[in-house]
Design a protein around this ligand. Structure first.
Ligand SMILES: Cc1ncc(C[n+]2csc(CCOP(=O)(O)OP(=O)(O)O)c2C)c(N)n1
Ligand SMILES: [Mg+2]
Length: 332
């Protein structure tokens, strides 16, 4: 287990770890893990009407970054977005109801897991189309600049998204205009079943990004505190008008690309690859920094919150037929 190399404070910078920080970070990591485990448990019942791309194992990326954001900062997650959505404070009830296809879901039950949105908590709408939320985050950063605020935007995306043309266009535009956008690549080494070794001529992603004039950092062990410190520094720079930063977070997807199960029998990767990541599980790592008593209290509060969200989703109505015609655009 890697010890945190950086200290933790509310600013995400220097200073001794504070109990409130540890509890908040643990709470967020554990809430995401347990929510997704419950989604996986319920999934075979067919009550959840949407495909699900789980981020079990990858929670530390969203939590490390979102912990240093202000409520008025925005995040643009991907279709594997439950973690970023919840880490930014998105509604758990609204998420669960959305997965159930209920009218009380964050997208009125019409979007499902891949199209979460919660603008009350500044979570921009996600999309099933790889790479599409990167320029939306950049556009939001441009709006933050033009309205003369010091708000920032965070764009989360996978390693596969860096192969889309729009990734290069977005980096260039953001660097040129020194926009307050933090690019966070969740590098889990795969795009569906294809490993990076079969997709990239070199693995030197940060080096490629630096040619745009964007500072780029790599975190290769998923350590939530390292990520948090780097994100904290990057966000301070952005608020001072010093432009974008890029962080490549290496991480590992524990479940199949889409769906609730493991997939180590599929032949494209092996359980041996997973084992070191499980040993380095950040939920346990941070959990062990708390007393058994505090951890038990937090765990039981989280279970109640998840039970409440499931109950809310189950008891909510499906959208009415007329809702098919709302929030859609049609031209003649
Ligand atoms: C533009 C586009 N091309 C292809 C797909 C099909 N597709 C869905 S997920 C995915 C893999 C993306 O991998 P990555 O960005 O690394 O994200 P991860 O699923 O690993 O989190 C692909 C190719 C798509 N949804 N959109
Ligand atoms: Mg990937």
């Amino acid at each position: 287990m890697t010890e945190p190399k950086v200290s933790v404070s509310q600013s995400g910078g220097s200073g001794p770890p504070e109990q409130a920080d540890l509890e908040r970070i643990y709470r967020s990591l554990r809430l995401i893990r347990r929510t997704e485990e419950e989604i996986a448990r319920i999934y075979p019942s067919d009550k959840i009407k949407s495909p699900v791309h789980l981020s079990i194992g990858q929670e530390a990326v969203a939590v490390g970054v979102c912990d240093v954001l202000r409520p008025d900062d925005v995040v643009a997650p991907t279709y594997r977005g439950h973690a970023a959505f919840l880490a930014k404070g998105g509604s758990l009830r609204g998420l669960m109801a959305e997965l159930y296809g209920k009218a009380t879901g964050v997208a009125g039950g019409k979007g499902g897991s891949m199209h979460l949105i919660d603008m009350r908590h500044n979570v921009l709408g996600a999309s099933a189309v790889v790479g599409t939320t990167i320029p939306i985050a950049v556009g939001y950063a441009l709006a933050c600049r033009r309205t003369k605020t010091d708000r920032v935007a965070v764009s989360f995306f996978g390693d596969g998204a860096t192969e889309e043309g729009v990734f290069a266009e977005s980096l260039n535009f953001a660097a040129l205009h020194k926009l307050p956008v933090l690019f966070v690549c969740e590098n889990n080494y795969y795009a569906i079943h294809t490993p990076i070794t079969r997709r990239w001529a070199t693995a030197r992603l940060c080096e490629r990004v630096r040619t745009y004039g964007i500072p780029a950092h790599e975190v290769n062990d998923g350590n939530v505190f390292k990520l948090r410190a780097l994100a904290g520094e990057a966000i301070s720079r952005m608020r001072r008008g010093e432009g974008p930063t890029f962080i490549e977070c290496q991480t590992y997807r524990w479940r199949e690309h889409v769906g609730p199960n493991e997939d180590f029998d599929q032949g494209y990767r092996s359980r041996d690859d997973l084992n070191p990541w499980m040993k380095n599980d950040q939920v346990e790592f941070v959990g062990k920094m708390l007393s058994d008593e505090r951890r038990a209290v937090l765990d039981s509060e989280i279970e109640l919150e998840i039970e409440d969200a499931i109950e809310f989703a189950e008891s909510s109505p499906f959208p009415v037929r007329e809702a098919l015609y709302t929030n859609v655009f049609a031209g003649e």
